[in-house]
Design a protein around this ligand. Structure first.
Ligand code: GDP
Ligand code: MG
Length: 179
């Protein structure tokens, strides 16, 4: 597909606590590989990918990563401006990252488009699969939080490539369907 051959343009932002795997998810999705270490200070603001939805429509997704400013309220307004979708990421092995999802959700609804479509993503499910005792956030609890707040929800692994494409593309599809 050519670079300018698309029907819709969507800006999507990644949010969530530091170290939940945002940069790894983006790299996995856009480049089909994991980032070259170290990732915490990578200066790349966004990556783009043209995606064909199941209805045949082509969407250009411009996906914005954070560059280590994950402290609450530290992310600049530029990050959120005109974002129509978000991946709100937590780590299934880190309870605090899930607790903070509520704060990230509020910040999104205040700073991005008010009707922003949000995909809640529980990342690092490979760790919970390998060692069930490491899981701190249960699937059902996250699904319930998602249902209560009108979010879509997937558990993912950037490492073993579980549900990464599915989470990004379901989000794009839902943005398309909402318009
Ligand atoms: P960010 O701060 O949210 O951008 O997180 P990073 O993408 O930099 O990842 C933080 C750390 O988590 C790194 O050490 C990664 O190797 C690790 N990580 C990211 N995704 C996964 C995953 O799906 N599974 C596991 N086991 N580790 C991950
Ligand atoms: Mg990062």
């Amino acid at each position: 597909m050519g670079d300018d051959d698309y029907d819709q343009f969507y800006k999507v932002v990644l949010v969530g606590d530091a170290t939940v795997g945002k940069t790894h998810l983006l790299s996995r999705y856009v480049k089909s590989r994991l980032p070259k270490a170290p990732t915490a200070t990578v200066g790349v603001e966004f990556a783009t990918r043209i995606v064909q939805l199941s209805n045949g429509r082509k969407v250009k997704a411009q996906i914005w990563d954070t560059a280590g400013q994950e402290r609450y309220k530290a992310i600049t307004s530029t990050h959120y401006r005109r974002a129509v979708g978000a991946l709100l990421v937590y780590d299934v092995t880190k309870e605090t990252s899930f607790k903070n999802a509520a704060k990230w959700m509020e910040e999104l609804r205040q700073s991005a488009e008010p009707d922003i479509v949000i995909m809640l993503v529980g990342n690092k499910v490979d760790l919970a699969d390998k060692d069930p005792a490491s899981r701190q956030v249960y699937y059902d609890a996250a699904q319930e939080f998602a249902n209560q707040n009108g979010l879509f929800f997937y558990e993912t692994s950037a490492f073993t490539d579980i549900n990464v494409k599915e989470a990004f593309e379901r989000l794009l599809q839902e943005i398309y369907d909402q318009e």
